[in-house]
Design a protein around this ligand. Sequence first.
Ligand code: ATP
Ligand code: MG
Ligand code: FE
Length: 346
Amino acid sequence: MLGIETSCDETGIGIVRGRTLLSNTIASSMDEHARYGGVVPEVAARAHLEALQPTIEAALAEAQVTLADIDAVAVTSGPGLAGALMVGVGAAKALAVSLDKPLYAVNHLVGHIAADILTGEEVEYPTVALLVSGGHTSLLLVRDLVSDVELLGETMDDAAGEAFDKIARILGLPYPGGPEIDRAAATGDPNAIRFPRGMSRASDMAEHRYDFSFSGLKTAVARFVEQHEATGETLSVPDVAASFREAVVDVLVTKALDACARHGVPRLLLGGGVIANKRLRDVALERAEAAGVAVRIPPLSLCTDNGAMIAALASELIMSGHPASTLAFGADSTLPVTTIQVATSS
Ligand code: ATP
Ligand code: MG
Ligand code: FE
């Protein structure tokens, strides 16, 4: 199964055989977006068009197979950037038709959950999944990967990674902001400033399902920095970075573990590029252990956007008897997580 992922700024091609990972090749246009301080959709789409062919070739070479060995093709149909998705969808259809092989068009977010299967360890459901990246902050309840994924909550404004990127900009640090904030936070005091934890009271969780909001936190940090600039008071960038990071991590972990408790699910899967944050992993592991919840964190190469996870999801669909997608689908930038596969014939 060859999987194609182009929902954001990574051109990802992955090849799997059943649950075995054969290759996972990624070309990122991240550097091209750096000077804009965020992903520019038009730039991303153009970069996918240029990167697809060489990335497919690299993935085939890495897997030591040729196109003739490919039995099926998988592609991300959504959610993501429409123009970026369209490039992958077009390429996947062309490949499937020319090879005369079945095509599976699947959901990007569910792909993130499927990545865990490629670790080779036994994966158990139900599990709660927390997906945090530059484009999404989603809390999901996965009862069955191929048939039952429920959205518990998502961000009402900025994604968690986006919040890192915006705060980095406020602090004068380059893009992407996550690693920069992390570096600055290393020498800071996480308790120096008590920044707001949006929508994380028990009553919020009951009323708003498990949605997130990071805009209040962003405003609070911006105001804190402005006030210091206005009064000329020295600003400790490490303290601001560490306190901001602590607020984000606190909200994410609190809500994820509350969801585990409420649904009686003793498992939590973490995914998305923000999982690169060691503080997030440490706090999640520490508090989960205390709560009797087992945490799974796939390697970062499977946590960030990649084609292998898309191939893995399609592979599970095949193995559980789901028929291929028809060609009657396009890019769906707002595809809901409950739609695991699109253009199903039955
Ligand atoms: P998508 O949302 O479609 O998955 P994306 O490209 O925006 O796509 P990723 O590539 O998974 O997301 O992750 C990039 C994001 O992760 C950026 O916002 C970046 O700042 C953030 N990030 C990376 N490293 C860290 C870190 N150490 N701490 C916090 N955030 C981080
Ligand atoms: Mg990315
Ligand atoms: Fe993603």
